[in-house]
Design a protein around this ligand. Structure first.
Ligand code: GLY
Length: 465
């Protein structure tokens, strides 16, 4: 049985959505999505319920559909597997159990969805969530989507989706509790990484040590493919760990997060294979850490996330000037996107039911194609309850730094001789999960050490053990 507070919070989400949708007739369908087959096999990709479904239903069964009828309210349709299927996949949750978690009075077998839709044939219908319902209707037990002759309007779908995205940004107490659990599990994994990394150990072996702890601490899965890169591999932003072994003197970048109850944690730490950051590693680590700490301090209600990102970009440019890698004036370099050669991603993103959660641009704003802004995944003012990552980084990425056109464009802005010496450096990223409050931001991942001294002390202790 689900605790009453959680059920009440999920019920409130639906009430808020329905009030803001303000529909006087018609139907909204919010499918969770079907299992996705791996082509050429009889297996399936790992399942992830559509966040809009999971948010509004509080559950996320494959093939589930949350349906809203403007006159009648909400009904959740959940697949009840036949006996032959139960042999392989088990019973799945009962309708009563789903009713308990979701707080919905009407929970029906998915086999009843077709008849429910038939009775509404020709009405206005909107589909948000996973739109595979319209493409794979038969697998949802609906004979044919087109035969229902629904009146659908893509602009209306978008309006309803935008309402749900806006609601999802500020986390409720149930969501925050799960995000704290995810951050705690992630902390255990990162501590294992900091304690167990050694020269001669492979990226894959370190990934396993970290993920074992995630699962041991209650994670249901990793929030995204863990990124573990040693030496030059740390420069690849979404690097998938390999059998490559860490070398003496290298840095290791670990970007990994546990998922609990569908909610993601997303934390990055960068640390030396040895006991100390050496030379330029030290300079760059201190630069990135300072930028990150000031980014967190700036994460206050009303602050534009883009402004935080641009301020971080200027600080990185200034730091790279001080270290002799860039030349000129920091603001001017950012106007020309020169720092994006070394910091080519956004300051972070919203976090929640997805790793890159309900971000996007506020209405009336358009995404920018500028290298400085292209990968900033949210352009909006921060509000209490939002959870965002703050994750500046500096990398030596050959795909950018060996590009002849970029070298030409920035020939006077960059000390290319110095860059060439550092092409195998890899990269440094430091990332925390940050809850915006009325006052100072709360760092959900604060337990995981990141100060230079703290990391060095842990590494020294680990190597002595
Ligand atoms: N930490 C993975 C990502 O933000 O893409």
């Amino acid at each position: 049985m689900q605790d009453r507070d959680t059920t009440a919070l999920v019920t409130e989400r639906r009430e808020r959505a329905a009030a803001r949708w303000d529909l006087d007739r018609g139907v909204v369908l919010v499918p969770a999505g079907l299992m996705l087959p791996i082509a050429g096999t009889d297996q399936f990709h790992e399942y992830h319920a559509h966040p809009e479904h999971r948010y509004l239903a509080g559950v996320g069964q494959p093939g589930g559909v949350l349906a809203f009828d403007a006159g009648e309210g909400w009904t959740l349709f959940v697949p009840q597997p036949e006996a032959a299927e139960r042999v392989w996949t088990g019973n799945g949750p009962s309708l009563a159990a789903v009713g308990d978690v979701s707080g919905l009075a009407r929970v029906q077998a998915a086999s009843e969805l077709g008849g429910w839709l038939e009775r509404r044939r020709g009405e206005p219908v909107a589909v948000i969530g996973n739109d595979d319902l319209t493409l794979r209707a038969g697998e949802y037990g609906v004979e044919s989507w087109t035969s229902l002759e629904f009146a659908t309007d893509e602009d209306e779908n978008e309006r309803l989706r935008t309402v749900v995205a806006e609601l999802r940004r500020a986390k409720d107490a149930n969501e925050l509790a799960l995000m704290r659990e995810a951050a705690a599990a992630t902390h255990r994994g990162h501590m294992a990484g900091l304690g167990k990394a050694r020269a001669g150990m492979s990226e894959r072996a370190l990934q396993i040590e970290i993920e074992v702890e995630f699962f041991g601490a209650g994670a249901e899965r990793t929030a995204y493919g863990s990124i573990v890169g040693g030496g030059p591999n740390a420069a690849t932003l979404h690097f998938a760990p390999t059998a490559r072994e860490f070398g003496e003197g290298e840095l290791i970048l670990v970007d990994a997060g546990a998922e609990v109850g569908g909610y993601a944690s997303d934390v990055t730490r960068t640390y030396p294979v040895g006991a100390r950051f050496e030379g330029v590693q030290r300079d760059l680590y201190e630069l990135v850490l300072g930028v990150q700490e000031r980014g967190i301090a700036g994460a206050r209600p009303g602050i534009e996330y883009k402004e935080l990102h641009l301020a971080a970009s200027v600080e990185i440019a200034r730091g790279l000037i001080d270290l002799g890698l860039l030349r000129g004036n920091a603001e001017g370099l950012v106007e020309r996107d020169a720092q994006a050669l070394f910091f080519p991603h956004g300051l972070g993103h919203m976090l929640g039911l997805a790793t890159h959660d309900a971000g996007g641009c506020l209405e009336g704003r358009a995404p920018s194609d500028r290298p400085t802004l292209r990968y900033l995944r949210a352009d909006l003012p921060l509000q209490p309850g939002y959870v965002v990552t703050i994750e500046p980084g500096i990398y030596f990425i050959r795909a950018l730094l060996e590009d002849a056109d970029l070298r030409e464009r920035y020939r006077n802005d960059v000390d290319w001789g110095r860059v060439d010496e550092l092409l195998d450096f890899g990269g440094i990223r430091i990332e925390d999960d940050v809850l915006v409050t009325e006052d100072e931001a709360e760092v959900l991942s604060a337990a995981t050490p990141k100060s230079l001294e703290g990391i060095e002390a842990l590494r020294a202790e680990a190597l002595e053990a």
